[in-house]
Design a protein around this ligand. Structure first.
Ligand SMILES: [Zn+2]
Length: 396
C-alpha cells in the first residue's frame, strides 16, 4: 500500500511540476497525513527536494516540492542486428551519456554480455554510482513479451522465445524490462515528449521497418502481445517479398529497402540512377522527377495506411517519425494529403499529425523511458520491485 501511495505522490509531481503537500493531497485524493508521511520518506530517499515557499492561504507556511531528477538513473539500450545503442538518463529522461557498441555475436548469451558491458561502461564513464541505477530497459524490433521479458520473435537476430530479460538481469543485478522498440519510443513520447498529456495517440516510425506504437486511454496498447505490426498490413501495389516472407506488406513500399529498390528501378534511358541508400535518395530526389514520383507514391501508401489507423483508433495526435522521413519533405507532404483524402469525414479535424526527426539515441532514451514510466504508472509488480530496489540502494 505504501508503494502505491509513493507512486501516487510521484505521479502528482510528474503531472503538476512543483507542488505543495496540500496540492498533492488534492491531486491524489490521499489525506494530508498520508501525503506528509510519504513525502518525508521520498525526501529521505532524495527522490524529492524542497523548493520555494508555497503561496500561503493562511495556514502554516509550506515549501513546494520538486522531483529530484538527478537522484537516480536509468539505462536504456536499443538492440539492432549489428550494434547496440545505449544511453544513461536521469528521472526526467534527460540523456547524460550515450554509447554505441558493435555486436560481437548474435547468440542470446553474447548479446546479454554485451548489454551488461555497455551498462557498466555507461555507469563508469558518467560517474554514476551503481546504487543509483533504477533499472535497465531493452528495446528491440519484433514481438516481445514485456511481462515475461521474453523476445518471442526477432527477425533481425533470428531469435525465438529468448528470455533476454532474465539473461541480462543475471548480469546487471537490477530490474530489467524488455519491450518492442517502437513501444518504448511511444512511452517516451507519452511521459516526456509530444504525447505528454495526451490520452490517445499513435506513433508511426518509418525506417528499415514500419512500426506503430498505440497509446489508448493513457496506456500502451499491446493487445494479447505484439500489437502494432503496421508495416505488415496488406496494401495494394506491391509484389516485393517482405522481410516477414509474405508479399503485399506496406513495409515493402515505404520501408527503407523497398523505397531504395523502387528508386533503383526507375531510369530515363539516358543515365542510370541507382541510389544505394537513403542518403543518395535524399540528394537526388529534389531535382529528379522520376525519383520524386517514387517518394510521392511511398508517401501516399503511408498516408492511406495512417488514414486507416485514424479511422480505427480516433487518436488526438499522430506522431510520424523515423529515418525515412529525412529523405525529403515530399514524403511527409504526400502522406499528409493522402491522410486527408481517406480519413472518415466525421473524424476530420479531430486530430493533428506531427513529423518528428528521430536520432538513433532517441531509441535508447525510449528504452530508458520503459524503466522511468514504471515509476509514474499505476503500480505493477515490476514497479514494486523497482521501488524496493530503491529502498535497498540509494537515499538515506
Ligand atoms: Zn511483411
Amino acid at each position: 500500500m505504501r508503494a502505491i501511495n509513493r507512486a501516487a505522490v510521484l505521479r502528482a509531481l510528474k503531472d503538476l511540476g512543483s507542488v505543495s503537500r496540500a496540492g498533492i493531497a488534492r491531486h491524489s485524493g490521499m489525506s494530508q497525513v498520508t501525503v506528509g508521511s510519504i513525502v518525508a520518506d521520498l525526501l529521505d530517499r532524495e527522490l524529492l527536494v524542497e523548493g520555494d515557499e508555497a503561496p500561503s492561504n493562511g495556514g502554516r507556511p509550506s515549501r513546494l516540492l520538486l522531483l529530484n531528477a538527478a537522484a537516480y538513473a536509468a539505462v536504456g539500450l536499443k538492440l539492432t542486428e549489428d550494434h547496440v545503442v545505449g544511453a544513461i538518463t536521469d528521472l526526467e529522461a534527460n540523456v547524460t551519456l550515450e554509447a554505441t557498441r558493435p555486436l560481437t555475436g548474435r547468440t542470446p548469451e553474447a548479446v546479454a554480455d554485451l548489454i551488461a558491458e555497455t551498462v557498466t561502461g555507461l555507469l563508469k564513464e558518467s560517474g554514476t554510482d551503481r546504487h543509483r541505477l533504477l533499472g535497465v530497459g531493452v528495446g528491440m524490433a519484433g514481438v516481445v513479451d514485456g511481462t515475461e521479458g521474453v523476445c518471442r520473435h526477432s527477425p533481425f537476430l533470428r531469435w525465438r522465445d529468448v528470455p533476454i530479460g532474465a539473461l541480462v538481469g543475471d548480469r546487471v543485478q537490477v530490474p530489467v524490462l524488455v519491450e518492442n522498440d517502437v513501444n518504448t519510443l511511444a512511452l517516451a513520447e507519452r511521459w516526456f515528449g509530444a504525447g505528454r498529456g495526451e490520452r490517445d495517440f499513435l506513433l508511426v516510425t518509418v525506417g528499415r521497418g514500419v512500426g506503430l506504437g498505440i497509446v489508448a486511454d493513457g496506456s500502451l496498447y499491446r493487445g494479447a502481445g505484439g500489437a502494432g505490426e503496421f508495416g505488415h498490413t496488406v496494401v495494394d501495389g506491391s509484389t516485393r517479398v517482405c522481410t516477414c516472407g509474405r508479399t503485399g506488406c506496406l513495409e515493402t513500399i515505404v520501408g527503407e529497402a523497398g523505397l531504395i529498390a523502387a528508386a533503383r528501378e526507375v531510369g530515363n534511358g539516358r543515365r542510370p540512377r541507382r541510389p544505394r541508400d537513403l542518403g543518395d535518395l535524399y540528394l537526388a530526389v529534389e531535382d529528379d522527377p522520376d525519383l520524386r514520383n517514387v517518394v510521392e507514391d511511398a508517401g501516399r501508401a503511408l498516408g492511406r495506411g495512417i488514414a486507416n489507423l485514424v479511422n480505427l483508433f480516433a487518436p488526438r495526435l499522430v506522431i510520424v517519425s523515423g529515418e525515412v522521413l529525412h529523405v525529403s519533405s515530399v514524403l511527409v507532404e504526400s502522406a499528409t494529403a493522402a491522410i486527408d483524402d481517406h480519413v472518415f469525414p466525421g473524424l476530420e479535424g479531430s486530430f493533428e499529425v506531427v513529423a518528428e526527426p528521430l536520432p538513433e539515441s532517441a531509441w535508447a532514451r525510449g528504452a530508458a523511458s520503459l524503466v522511468l514510466s514504471e515509476i509514474f504508472e499505476t503500480p505493477t509488480r515490476t514497479q514494486l520491485d523497482l521501488l524496493s530496489a530503491l529502498g535497498a540502494g540509494g537515499g538515506a
